[in-house]
Design a protein around this ligand. Structure first.
Ligand SMILES: Nc1ncnc2c1ncn2[C@@H]1O[C@H](COP(=O)(O)OP(=O)(O)OP(=O)(O)O)[C@@H](O)[C@H]1O
Ligand code: SF4
Ligand SMILES: [Mg+2]
Length: 414
């Protein structure tokens, strides 16, 4: 996240170093395809998507509704329901900080064993979901749900107030590893007071995590159940939960859409603090291009299940290459107008059921020619860090065409 554009508050804890070399990859998505079997046919929601997320960076993923952003995000944690979903191809390589430090390679998140995925989920990769109501357990109080994060990921902090020489049985309790007999022993003297102190410490940490999101009256919220909270409050609980994990990668799917602007600023600061403290990488999904421009280091533009352009934010906004990206950019309001979302672009996103080879934007593209209706454009690099999938930027001879046969794009808007 671009630190210079967000005033980071002073609460970030110091001491933890960033863990990977600058520019190293934290995740690499290659040819990811996720389809859905429906009565009408196979919906190619994500179709051959490739992009990288680098260590410590914020990558923005933008595109119109239904273009596959959430399905892509959920694939990192294998949270697409199968069936009807099918992981139809590709891989998502992930380098955890531990693997990096041990000199290990990446794991493919699509093929690792379920218990390995459980270790990564919420621990090395945390996600703030677009729909908070589906992400919280309705049967557990908010306090208990958040406490689990600290038990699972930050047990050392729970033991700190107990001083040195903490008995093993208490250590196991802090990691939620106690058996039934151990739980009984912990309720009896002399361990009862230590167990109570640890529980008080958990409650303090949970209340602190909630307070960071500026949720009013955290102690009351901790005693509440999800159905008792508004959408915005649930979203803040999820944000507190995700940030408390100290993840290597945070996937934020429209995390602040339900929140007002002042809370949004606070949440963005919290994410920026996390990045400063741990070097966390962020995949930030948003409809709000002016926000993406402010906070993202690089941007990937998605259309109808495909990535159509990627680049450094500064390059992409200075010179968008893909006609779709240009349409999105032209919708950004000026400094004198109200912050806006993606403006309507003439036409609609095409049907994703059993798509034929073609540029998927051709029915809406002012530059479309015959070749665009018949041939999938390849994703080509036009600069070190700027790539686009559009025949207008191809070398025409690669397609067996004369130079005049392909559309020449007008200079990009500034
Ligand atoms: N369970 C499902 N069955 C069939 N199609 C699905 C299913 N889940 C998602 N899809 C389809 O996958 C496509 C991509 O959906 P996705 O939720 O990723 O879009 P999105 O880009 O996140 O949109 P938004 O901006 O509205 O959140 C859509 O066309 C959607 O209808
Ligand atoms: S490939 Fe053709 S239709 Fe598609 S965006 Fe480029 S010019 Fe337009
Ligand atoms: Mg979505």
């Amino acid at each position: 996240m671009k630190q210079d554009l967000i005033q980071v508050t002073s609460t970030a804890s110091a001491g933890t170093s960033t863990h990977r070399a600058t520019g190293a990859l934290v995740a690499s998505v290659r040819d990811l395809s996720v389809h859905f079997d429906t009565k009408a046919g196979s919906v190619h929601a994500v179709d051959g998507v490739s992009f990288d997320i680098r260590d410590g960076e914020t990558l923005g993923l933008v595109g119109e509704t239904g273009c596959g952003k959430s399905v892509t995000a959920r694939s990192f944690l294998r949270l697409v329901a199968t069936p009807p979903g099918i992981y139809a191809g590709g891989r998502i390589d992930f380098w955890s900080s531990e693997a990096q430090e041990a000199g290990g390679g990446p794991v493919n998140l699509l093929t690792i064993a379920d218990d390995e995925m459980l270790e990564i989920r919420g621990n090395r990769i945390a996600m703030i979901f677009q729909d908070p109501s589906k992400a919280l357990n309705p049967a557990l109080s908010i306090g208990d749900q958040l406490a689990e994060v600290f038990f699972q990921h930050r047990s050392n902090e729970l033991l700190a107030p107990l001083g040195p020489n903490v008995p093993m049985i208490v250590r196991r309790a802090a990691r939620q590893e106690s058996g039934q007999f151990e739980r009984i022993v912990l309720q009896l003297p002399p361990l009862r007071s230590k167990a109570a102190k640890m529980r008080a410490q958990v409650d303090d940490l949970v209340a602190g995590a909630l307070a960071e999101t500026q949720i009013p009256n955290p102690r009351r919220i901790m005693a509440s159940y999800p159905h008792e909270l508004s959408g915005g409050m649930k979203q803040r609980v999820l944000i507190a939960q995700a940030l408390a994990c100290n993840p290597d990668l945070l996937i934020a799917d429209e995390p602040t859409t339900a929140l007002d602007v002042t809370i949004q600023a606070r949440i963005l600061n919290l994410i920026a603090e996390l990045q400063q403290r741990l070097g966390t990488s962020v995949l930030y999904i948003s409809h709000d291009l002016s926000l993406v421009r402010e906070i993202c280091d690089r941007v990937a533009v998605m259309y109808a299940g495909r990535i159509v352009e990627t680049g450094r934010t500064v390059d992409l906004f200075r010179q968008p290459l893909h006609p779709y990206t240009r349409s999105l950019m032209s919708a950004i309001p000026s400094s004198t107008s109200e912050r806006g979302r993606l403006a309507a672009i003439a036409g609609t996103v095409p049907e994703l059921i059993d798509p034929q080879p073609s540029c998927r934007f051709h029915s809406r593209c002012p530059y479309a020619l015959e070749v665009c209706r018949e041939v999938d454009p390849r994703f080509l690099r036009h600069d070190v860090d700027h790539g686009v999938a559009c025949h207008g930027h191809d070398d025409p001879t690669d397609l067996g065409l004369r130079p005049g046969d392909v559309p020449t794009l007008e200079p990009a808007i500034q």
